[in-house]
Design a protein around this ligand. Structure first.
Ligand code: N01
Length: 558
């Protein structure tokens, strides 16, 4: 290999990037990690708004590395952002990560140098570095989405997106707060604001079919007991749909019976976490009539919690606003009850839309409202937005952003033709948003580490996937998505939350277990679908065999 500044440049100090740093270093690579934030933690650096907490239960939202979990105690079943930051510092103490991390540095551009067969990468401070391999690990929520609202910059008080929250905090005490958006972030911040604000106004466009979190305080004794089962629980992730220690349940014509279904729904409901969503019967996510039974179950339990019938009809309408589970549910802790408080109000943006932000507040169709703080809980240009916001150029000089303007093209959700020696973890067309982050960071991450190690050990100086392999993978994405109800919702899963973004399934919907099988099959076939060193190009290396394998196998999303 020609000498480069580093063997591998990784971007992002969240679960996926830090895992790459740790594991690639173990394999003897010279690795450098760049992070835009000033600390470790990825999204947990940026998302420090009041109430921000993970909605994946302990011990799934952590590394399955025994040297870490055997010594770390959580204080809650669903930890908050501050505890998650402490966890990342603990991981750093154990794995000695920081020495290869450059903080407060955003990668601005990357170009592949064909002659040298390496990446030339520019930071926002003008530094240029080179590496053989480029591994962005950007997570799905790197690029906040701020809608174009007239007068947005004119507001006199603080106005923040949830993922750009001030690091030194912002008190809601006795303030008039506006929260725009009712996804997971909006639900969490509204719950907190309702406790302290003199008045809280929540602007809702689409109801969030939030599920009970069932938070639980933990202590070292409980943790010691739970740890006895950790190995088994971590092993289950590999065979699951969403990277958890539970998975979708099989269903078939006549099974379960309606009575069995209701009993199971109740069990899943009582369990909390995401059990009622992706621990349910598979047909809930594929069959509209069955899906309705899940919605009706949800609604029957939610309605009694809301006193005002007008508000109840907006939060839990008789007709589902979208098939249950096709937009990601939030896990709530008393969300529906806050609307019974005198200081909380719900504005339905469908009948009373926002017309402008004014210096003193928000003007809706029905009139002017005054606020001290405006919260934009309006989501992300998710999954692909992080990658396309870096000016990454292909060998012909075209950008990844241009390439994906009409639709995302990847092979296995990790590589794109024309971009040699570039692999992304947790990216578009991988399980990404459907998979628990740490699970994907490790399991998909292990595949990537093995791939890069194999390339190096075999003296491969240039690898690249092909357009044919992308076509094959695109077929899989469409086939699996078409079997599900996901395309029916205007969700970030479908890119449908961003004006002008192509509407397409961005997250591999066949489950992590089946995804890993397909990745392993590619490896077993000598990395079919990749051209290893340009001279090795062969017409049969198009990756189409994975399509046949998928058609033959019992797909997890059926
Ligand atoms: O973003 P969202 P989020 N005018 O896109 C509304 C993860 N997460 O930040 O539904 C008015 O879900 C939009 O309305 P609609 C989690 O994976 C995890 O809440 O498009 N409203 C919606 O209500 C989650 O799924 C945790 O009609 C506008 C909201 O803004 C993902 O992040 C915590 C609007 C956006 O909801 C994203 O969640 C928080 C406009 N112009 C988040 N534009 C954990 O606990 C958008 N909206 C791990």
């Amino acid at each position: 290999m020609n000498r480069t500044d580093h063997d591998v440049i990784v971007v992002g100090a969240g679960f996926a990037g830090l895992y790459q740093l740790y594991r690639l270093r173990q394999q003897g690579f010279r690795v450098k990690l760049y992070e835009a934030g000033a600390e470790l933690g990825g999204i947990w650096y940026w998302n420090c708004y009041p109430g921000a907490r993970v909605d994946t239960h302990v011990p799934m939202y952590e590394y399955g590395l025994e040297e870490i979990w055997s010594e770390w105690n959580w204080s809650e079943r669903f930890p908050g952002w501050a505890e998650l930051r402490r966890y990342f510092n603990f991981v750093d103490q154990k794995l000695d990560l920081r020495r290869d991390v450059q903080f407060s540095t955003r990668i601005a551009a990357a170009r592949f140098d064909e002659a040298q067969e390496h990446w030339r990468i520019e930071t926002d401070s003008g530094e240029t570095v080179t590496a053989k391999f480029f591994v962005p690990c950007l997570g799905f929520g790197t690029k906040p989405f701020i809608p174009e609202i007239k007068g947005l910059g004119s507001f006199d008080g603080p106005c923040h997106h949830t993922a750009q929250w001030p690091q030194d905090g912002l008190s809601f005490k006795d303030k008039r707060i506006a929260v725009i958006g009712t996804g997971a972030s909006g639900v969490q911040i509204a719950q907190e604001a309702a406790k302290e604000a003199s008045h809280l106004t929540i602007f809702q466009r689409t109801p969030c079919l939030a599920l009970p979190m069932r938070q639980q305080a933990l202590d070292p004794e409980i943790m010691a007991e739970w740890r006895k089962g950790y190995r088994e629980r971590y092993a289950k992730r590999r065979n699951s749909f969403g990277g958890f220690d539970f998975s979708l349940l099989p269903s078939s014509p006549g099974h379960p019976t309606p009575a069995e279904r209701q009993t199971k729904y109740q069990e899943l409901w009582d369990e909390g976490a995401f059990h009622f969503w992706i621990g349910t019967y598979m047909d809930v996510l594929t069959d509209e009539a069955v899906n309705r039974t899940a919605y009706d179950f949800w609604r029957a339990r939610t309605l009694p919690r809301i006193k005002d019938p007008r508000v109840a009809a907006l939060l839990a309408p008789q007709e589902p606003p979208y098939p249950f589970g096709t937009k990601r549910p939030s896990l709530e802790q008393g969300f529906f009850e806050i609307f019974n408080q005198d200081n909380v109000e719900l504005v339905d943006l469908n009948t009373d839309p926002i017309e402008a932000i004014t210096p003193r507040g928000i003007r809706t169709h029905d009139g002017d409202l005054e606020f001290d703080i405006i919260v934009l809980a309006t989501g992300f240009d998710a999954v692909s937005g992080g990658l396309t916001s870096i000016d990454i150029r292909d060998t012909a000089g075209g950008s990844l952003k241009q390439r994906w303007a009409e639709g995302t093209r990847t092979y296995l959700g990790i590589a794109t033709s024309g971009f040699p020696n570039l692999i992304y973890v947790y990216g578009p067309q991988s399980p990404s948003g459907f998979c628990n982050g740490p699970t994907c960071a490790e399991l998909q991450g292990d595949w990537v580490v093995r791939f890069l190690t194999d390339m190096r050990d075999r003296g491969v100086t240039r690898f690249e996937t092909t357009a044919a392999a992308e076509n094959a993978w695109g077929r899989i994405m469409r086939e699996l998505a078409g079997r599900s109800l996901f395309p029916r919702a205007n969700s970030w899963y479908m890119g449908a939350n961003i004006p002008g973004k192509p509407r397409e399934m961005l997250n591999y919907p066949g489950g992590i277990a089946f995804y890993l099988e397909q990745c392993d099959a590619v490896r077993d076939r000598d990395y079919e679908g990749f051209i290893l060193n340009a001279a090795a190009a062969a017409s049969n290396r198009d990756g189409s065999f994975v399509v046949e394998a998928m058609m033959a196998a019992p797909a997890a999303a059926q």
